[in-house]
Design a protein around this ligand. Sequence first.
Ligand SMILES: [Zn+2]
Length: 284
Amino acid sequence: MTSHYPWPEGKRAALCVTFDFDGESPLLWRQRNDPPADIAELEQRRYGPRRGIRHVLDVLGRAGIRSTFFVPGWIAQNYRGAVEDVHRAGHELALHGWLHEPPAALSDAELRDTLTRAADLLGEISGSRPTGYRSPSFRMAPAAFGVLAGLGVTHDSSLMGDDRPYRIGELVEVPVDWATDDAVYYRYTGAESRPPAGADALYAAWRAELDGARASGTLVNLTMHPWLSGHPARVRRLADLIHHAQAAGDVWIGTVGELAAHHLALGPGAPATEAPLDTIGWPR
Ligand SMILES: [Zn+2]
């Protein structure tokens, strides 16, 4: 890397703490045609909107940082009070489908309709329409970018093509990484061949990611789920990680929307990747 990315406030690296507020919506989408009699995973996932979100908001509030919450419309409809509390605490609300539908599973019209419905509801809750999107399960389709731009969305946070913000078509991409997704470590629904990672192991792994970013001048974009990371031992270690970033002094911490706006303001001179829309699909 020849020149360092100019993070906000002249910092050396950046940290976005984000939550996909999924609850049971991914399961409802997956099983929509054959709902099982078993309710075990439904209840496990409902921990997120019922309890996990309370522990998460508590930790974020005490740390004094603002996060981005990607909220399926169905969750905002069914757990409206919890989503109102997220907004009231100062966090960014952003799109995550209506019922956690991956864009490639929908026609353009279906994607537009589901996201419009979700944007209307999130806008009603927060007073302004969301301008950010994260695709369910990080699955993305090139055609989705045009649909998103048409809905007034300015930034996406679903892809892994860089470790700094970059442009895809008209949108700013604030990239993610499987290594900083809690589901990789914590997701356990009773059938997996390995137990969930411990909170200390995840803390060590993510602290290494953060220190790597500080050495290289890059972004760490944590993706967490209240039904997974909202448990007490896990939020405690998240608080420790945020404290480590704050104590380091060289890490900018903020929302995905703030970082995307910063990237847009840098203009074409920024040392960053540009990916025109017609270059991101499968080569033909
Ligand atoms: Zn999700």
